[in-house]
Design a binder for this molecule. Structure first.
Ligand code: GAL
Length: 373
């Protein structure tokens, strides 16, 4: 074949490929939801080929709606959120948000790196919680719809300035959500810094597989593939030990309902006011945890490369937050499986390291997969 004919052929193939790609463009719609401190806040609606809907917002890079069918095919939203943007800015307990720079607690809001002591905002008893009151859950992120993705996908990015909330280093963070046709929310995190720093990133979605606002989660059957958990003191700060779950109400290596042992007279259930603890995954990147709710048949699986998960069962919910459809989010009406590092790791050198150095890129993936049984 002559050279110019070959070139024409190559151009034709490229044009056809581009056409195919643009046809594949996955359905994501974007609408203005509100404004916050001068930034535009959007509501993004992702619909997969199964017709199921995930809604996100760039305020806190949040999941705010997740509609999946029960075993009869009836669809219902199963995650906490608000009908309007205003609900989110009244200090809600992190519904669906990406939490940083340090998810969970840092004791007394202090840690030391290379001999320098850093002080963080104190916002939970004597401790610093979830990156302080103006953490990543409450800032406006940049939004990019990933048009070439095989599935509906949105990338949120945020540049966290040096010493924001007391943490060193300009940190750049990306959280990309992909909503697959198999009803999986894939969350990909990427973090870099220009100074040595510490971090712990998670997503704080609350789930109730009966439907958000439809009663409590005590009948949900939970499995966490963790032989050990991280015991805490009365302020929910790790004591430093790892405790085997065997023979305790923390053994979820086989299915147990959340309510079955929650009232037992066990020190950690008393300190945590229920379950509010990090479980140490035995095998990262397998199915690490699952939740089954027999009435609806909904089943959720969690897969993560993070070292553990904070299992929190809504002990601090008290009905004062009115969510989607005017439903109050009552005591223990939602549960979180927040994948990440252990609380207060910067003050526990024997815990997996949460240090990030300049030149390093932290990448991590967590998947929440939904089906029925
Ligand atoms: C969880 C934490 C709980 C509580 C909650 C927000 O991540 O484990 O103790 O602070 O966030 O209300």
């Amino acid at each position: 074949m002559k050279k110019h004919n070959l070139l024409i052929l190559l151009f034709a193939v490229a044009a056809i490929m581009t056409g195919c790609l643009s046809k594949k463009q996955a359905p994501v719609t974007q609408e203005l939801y509100g404004t916050y401190k001068g930034g535009e806040v959007y509501l993004l609606t992702l619909t997969n080929k199964a017709g199921n809907v995930l809604k996100l917002t760039n305020f806190g890079a949040r999941i705010t709606w997740l509609e999946v069918p029960d075993k009869e095919g009836k669809k219902e939203n199963i995650t906490f959120g608000f009908d309007t943007f205003d609900g989110m800015i009244g200090g809600d307990p992190y519904f669906g948000a990406v939490v940083g720079r340090y998810a969970n607690r840092i004791a007394k809001g202090k840690f030391t790196l290379d001999g320098v002591e850093y002080s963080l905002p104190i916002n939970n008893g004597p401790n610093s919680l979830h990156g302080g009151p103006a953490g990543w859950h409450s800032v406006v992120w940049n939004t990019e719809i990933l048009k070439k993705s095989d599935f509906p996908s949105v990338k949120f990015t945020y540049n966290s300035p040096d010493m924001e909330a007391g943490y060193p280093g300009n940190m750049s963070v990306e959280a990309t959500y992909t909503w697959t046709d198999n009803n999986e929310i894939i969350i990909d995190y990427t973090l870099t810094t220009d100074k040595k720093t510490v971090f712990n990133i998670t997503n704080h979605a609350y789930f109730n597989l009966h439907g958000a606002g439809n009663g409590d989660i005590l009948d949900h059957q939970l499995v966490i593939k963790a032989s050990n958990f991280v015991p805490v003191d009365t302020f929910l700060i790790p004591t430093g030990e790892l405790r085997p779950v065997a023979g305790t109400p923390f053994d979820f290596t086989t299915p147990h309902t959340i309510g079955e042992r929650i009232g037992e007279n066990y020190d950690q259930l008393i300190f945590g006011k229920g379950y509010d603890h990090t479980f140490v995954f035995d095998n990262a990147e397998e199915v690490d945890a699952s939740v089954y709710e027999p009435v609806s048949g909904r089943f959720m699986e969690v897969i993560s490369d993070q070292p553990g998960v904070q299992f929190y069962c809504g002990n601090f919910l008290n009905g004062t937050r009115i969510g989607h459809g005017g439903k109050p989010y009552n005591y223990r009406s939602g549960m979180c499986l927040e994948t990440g590092h252990y609380p207060d790791s910067p003050n526990h050198p024997d815990f997996p390291s949460t240090v990030l150095n300049p030149g390093e890129t932290f990448k991590s993936r967590t998947i929440y997969r939904f089906s029925v049984k």
